[in-house]
Design a protein around this ligand. Structure first.
Ligand SMILES: [Zn+2]
Length: 450
């Protein structure tokens, strides 16, 4: 949407192009960043300055052909006048239809965004009506394919992956995406107090009577306000914004994608804030709208099941899993244990278990116990097995393949509680079964050698 002077200049100087000012304050730029080649752009003149049209409507439509930055050529009248490039973010379009008179305009649809510059039509129903009207009146053949959501329901994902694919950060609970949806995150509760404040204070839970998710709004201290994220969630239904829900079960663990939810009701509650003072909060009661249910079983087992199923889907061979483990093992050997932030923006770090490695190891040695070679029993989706650290995690912080053993529950208990003689023979059996792995020597082996 722009003044006729800009449109006519662009129409007279082919190829048809549009431009964005280099101004980070400008929401135009963030929409420009979402723009891709082959996207469809509708053209509108701002009526205020228009001598061209007297009715409110859309005068053309085009397809994005090229997106580029140009900080050298002065194209627009004001750039030429000042001899300075002001709009370096540009794109060219192939016009599909451009009309000249009021009677040929596509009538304006109430609800379409109309900020000066680039707008993103995120409301599916409006977009569909606009396309239908365009195809009917202008005899075009535009189609709308809703973007596919890049995560699988009940899949577990690393926060970096979520951040990259959705272009929103999983820190903080309620995230509004520029692509028109809300990302909702329940993070694992951290009960420790740091700098006199409780960390991750929200205990989001599923109410057993109603099966609704009890989700506390945004704001760690004092009374919560119906602004930003809370307001977006409150208005999500009216705004037709889909809400995608992710849940983390343990600190440092992956988030499970649970599909879309809707806000059934919003209530108020008194809860303690991060300093321990009572205050008013908003509670959003969420209903899962996708088919799955939150299953009440160990999340790590589900995470392993997911890895197992997706590896099977991708037809991963044990050689490929071996290669992945090898690569991860090199990283861990080089970098040591993962360090997770104990709290946002705090200097303190704590060492974290490498859950990815544990999961991959279980996947690799899923069939039989690495020590006694008894086959692991099958669960609904994969196999049940446990992981033992030869040198205990608390001492070694070591998640390398040389320190991890995938075992049956009996061998696991034996490693923990059997007398040294038995442990030594188990360790010897392990080394015999896997001669290529240089297992770390636990204390009972070192004592034996001494
Ligand atoms: Zn065993």
């Amino acid at each position: 949407m722009g003044p006729w002077s800009s449109w006519s200049h662009s129409l007279e100087n082919e190829p048809l192009q549009w431009r964005i000012r280099d101004d980070s304050q400008n929401s135009n730029l963030s929409i420009y960043n979402l723009l891709e080649v082959d996207d469809i752009v509708f053209f509108k003149v701002s009526l205020k300055h228009s001598k061209k049209f007297s009715k409110n409507g859309i005068f053309g439509v085009g397809k994005v052909k090229r997106k580029f930055h140009d900080s050298k050529s002065r194209f627009w009248p004001d750039e030429k006048a000042e001899n300075k490039v002001q709009y370096p973010h540009r794109f060219e379009m192939e016009p599909l239809m451009i009309v000249d008179s009021d009677k040929d305009l596509l009538p304006w649809i109430n609800g379409l965004p109309f900020t000066k510059g680039l707008n993103h039509i995120v409301q599916t129903n409006l977009l569909k009506s606009l396309i239908a009207s365009c195809n009917k009146k202008w005899k075009l053949n535009l189609t709308y394919t809703p973007p596919e959501f890049p995560f699988e329901i009940n899949g577990f994902y690393d926060k970096e992956e979520i951040r990259k694919k959705l272009k929103i950060s999983p820190y903080g609970g309620i995230r509004i995406s520029k692509a028109g949806f809300i990302g909702l995150f329940s993070n694992a509760v951290e009960t420790r107090k740091i700098n006199d404040k409780f960390q991750n204070i929200y205990h989001d839970y599923v109410d057993p009577k109603t099966n609704l998710i009890h989700y506390t709004g945004q704001g760690q201290e004092d009374d919560q306000q119906l602004t930003v994220g809370n307001l977006a969630l409150y208005n999500a239904k009216k705004d037709l914004k889909p809400i995608h829900y992710f849940r983390q079960y343990e600190v440092g663990g992956n988030h499970e994608y649970l599909g879309t939810v809707k806000v059934v009701k919003t209530t108020n509650e008194i809860q303690n804030d991060s300093k321990g003072n009572e205050r008013n909060v908003f509670v959003f009661w969420l209903k899962l709208t996708s088919i799955q249910k939150i299953i009440d079983e160990s999340s790590s087992q589900r995470e392993e099941d997911f890895e197992f199923i997706s590896a099977r889907k991708q037809n991963k061979t044990s050689e490929e899993i071996d290669a992945e483990i090898h690569e991860l093992n090199e990283q861990i050997t080089k970098l040591g244990p993962k360090k997770g932030k104990t709290a946002q923006r705090k200097e303190k770090f704590e060492k974290k278990r490498n859950l990815k490695m544990v999961t991959k190891m279980k996947l690799r040695f899923k069939e039989k116990c690495q020590v006694c070679e008894i086959p692991h029993f099958e669960t609904e989706n994969s196999y049940y097995c446990e992981v033992h650290h030869l040198i205990p995690w608390s001492i070694s912080h070591d998640d390398t393949i040389e320190n991890l053993v995938v075992v049956c529950p009996t061998c696991h208990k034996k490693f923990d509680q059997a007398k040294d003689e038995i442990k030594i023979s188990m360790f010897e059996l392990l080394c015999k079964n896997y001669p290529k792995i240089h297992f770390k020597s636990p204390s009972y082996i070192i004592q034996k050698k001494e």
